[in-house]
Design a protein around this ligand. Structure first.
Ligand code: ZN
Length: 282
C-alpha cells in the first residue's frame, strides 16, 4: 500500500477503535478499491498477514471476489437502487462464517439516492460489531448528508501520471487551451465552438482533454505552494504563478467535478462552456 490512510485504520483496529462506516474520497477509485481490499485482508486474515498473502483461503477468496461476507455494490444504471441495499441487508442477517466481519463496499456513493440511503441507515444507526462498511466517491460533497454525517471521512489521493496514456496531440491542445482561457476569456466560448469542438469527437477525447487540464492546473497549484517544480512543458505558464493558491484550487476542483460529470453528460459543448463560465476569477 502506497498510502497511509489504511495504515491508520490498521492502527485503530489494533487499538479496538475502528469505526464501522467510512466514506473514502479519492481521485482514483480503482486504486482506492484495491488498497481497501488489501486492508480487508489484513483485517480478516487468520494468519499473520504478509504482503500478498496467498496461503490462506480467506485472502484467496477476497482476491477472487468470492467471499460471501464481502459485497461490493456498483450503481445499477445511474443510481444505486434500494433493492441493491436490501440484498446486502439480507445477506448480512447472519454472522460471517469465514471472516471476522460482514463487509460492504458502496462504489460511487454519490449515486445513493434518498430511498437507497434511507435503507442504508439501519447499518449506520444501529451498528453491529460484525458489520463494517465503506463508501467510495470522488467527491464527498456529492454524497447525501444522511450517509456522510454517519461516516468517518478518509481522503485517499494518488499522484496522477497522465503522461503514460494521453495522446501528445491532446496534451498540446490542453496547453493551447489554457493559454487561450487565461488570456482572452471573453472569446473562449467562441474558441470552444470553433477550435475545440471539431477536435473533441467523443467522450474519451473530452476526458483526456480534462485529464490534461487537471495535470496542468495541479502542477500550477502545487508549484505556487512550493511543493512541486513547474514542469518543463508548462514553463510558459510561469506568469500565472503570481495568482494565489485559491485560484488554482478552484480550477482543480472544477475540473474534478467536470471529469465526474463527463461520465453522465454527453453534451460536449455544454461541458466545455461550463469550464469557461465557472472557471473565471470570482
Ligand atoms: Zn491471508
Amino acid at each position: 500500500m502506497n498510502n497511509n490512510i489504511f495504515q491508520e485504520l490498521i492502527q485503530a483496529y489494533r487499538e479496538n477503535k475502528l469505526a464501522h462506516a467510512f466514506l473514502i474520497e479519492t481521485n482514483d477509485k480503482e486504486k482506492s478499491y484495491h488498497s481497501l481490499l488489501q486492508f480487508l485482508k489484513i483485517l480478516n486474515c487468520p494468519d499473520e498477514y504478509k504482503e500478498g498473502c496467498s496461503n490462506c483461503n480467506l485472502c484467496h477468496l477476497i482476491d477472487t471476489n468470492s467471499l460471501p461476507s464481502l459485497l461490493t455494490v456498483y450503481p445499477d444504471g445511474i443510481n444505486i437502487k434500494k433493492e441493491q441495499i436490501l440484498e446486502v441487508k439480507r445477506a448480512f442477517q447472519t454472522k460471517p462464517v469465514f471472516s471476522k466481519y460482514n463487509m460492504y463496499i458502496i462504489m460511487d456513493a454519490e449515486n445513493l439516492n434518498s430511498s437507497s440511503a434511507n435503507t442504508m441507515l439501519k447499518f449506520l444507526e444501529e451498528p453491529e460489531d460484525s458489520i463494517i462498511g465503506f463508501f467510495i466517491t470522488n467527491n464527498k460533497e456529492n454524497v447525501i448528508d444522511t450517509i456522510k454525517s454517519r461516516c468517518q471521512i478518509l481522503l485517499d489521493y494518488y499522484n496522477v501520471d497522465v503522461s503514460m496514456q494521453i495522446p501528445s496531440a491532446l496534451k498540446e491542445l490542453a496547453i493551447s487551451y489554457v493559454k487561450e482561457i487565461e488570456t482572452s476569456k471573453m472569446e473562449t466560448i467562441l474558441y470552444n465552438r470553433d477550435i475545440l469542438l471539431p477536435e473533441i469527437k467523443d467522450k474519451k477525447t473530452l476526458f483526456y482533454l480534462f485529464e490534461s487540464l487537471l495535470d496542468i492546473y495541479r502542477n500550477l497549484f502545487f508549484t505556487v505552494q512550493n511543493l512541486e517544480e513547474l514542469k518543463g512543458e508548462y514553463k510558459e505558464f510561469k506568469y500565472l504563478l503570481k495568482k494565489d493558491v485559491k485560484y488554482f484550487e478552484r480550477k482543480v476542483d472544477l475540473i474534478m467535478e467536470i471529469l465526474d460529470e463527463i461520465n453522465y453528460n454527453l453534451n460536449i459543448s455544454l461541458v466545455l462552456d461550463r469550464f469557461v463560465l465557472e472557471g473565471g476569477d470570482s
